[in-house]
Design a protein around this ligand. Structure first.
Ligand code: ADP
Length: 152
């Protein structure tokens, strides 16, 4: 049976830290589905369609990577995608506290799902989407943190 993992997140934007989790995930799973959660009440900084396109471009060489967006419970999306694994990155104890809670809830919704946590690579640990948004908002170049080129 194919081992599929869903890597859920906001990815606003998708960073080199996220890319690292996907590439390491590919060593564990046959397929990694990057799932961008859509939240009607939360406006994105980087438009969804643009981010899907940029992520697809970044993984063009990797047929085992797919990108989807969803507006549903993550655990239900995993079930519908045939993914028995959720992939998440852990940067620090703050991430841990949060992840601990959601991973319990995900198993409540879909009992067979297991969350697999990968500890961040040290050089990439300081990268966060919110910091990149702030840098970009005030005109700072952010290309070196992203696995694709943003349009000028
Ligand atoms: P969410 O809104 O669900 O937290 P994010 O897009 O911020 O979504 O993050 C998605 C996942 O990627 C989370 O598991 C997060 O811990 C992980 N992540 C974020 N930044 C990094 C990084 N620099 N290195 C590794 N994992 C990261």
């Amino acid at each position: 049976m194919k081992r599929t993992a869903l890597f859920p997140g906001s990815f606003d934007p998708f960073t080199k830290g996220h890319e690292d989790i996907v590439l390491r995930g590919l060593k564990l799973f046959d397929e990694v589905v990057i799932g961008i959660g859509r939240n009607a009440r939360k406006e994105r900084y980087f438009p969804l369609e643009q981010m899907i396109r940029l992520i697809e471009e970044a993984f063009r060489q990797y047929p085992a990577v797919r990108v989807i967006s969803y507006d549903d419970l993550t655990a239900n999306v995993a079930r519908n995608e045939g993914a028995r694994f959720l992939l998440r990155g852990l940067r620090n104890t703050t991430d841990f506290e949060y992840e601990n809670g959601i991973s319990q809830v995900n198993r409540y919704v879909y009992q067979e799902v297991e969350t697999v946590f990968l500890i961040t690579s040290p050089l990439l640990a300081p990268i966060s989407s919110s910091i990149i948004r702030d840098l970009h908002r005030y005109g700072q170049r952010v290309d070196e943190f992203l696995p694709y080129k943003l349009a000028e």
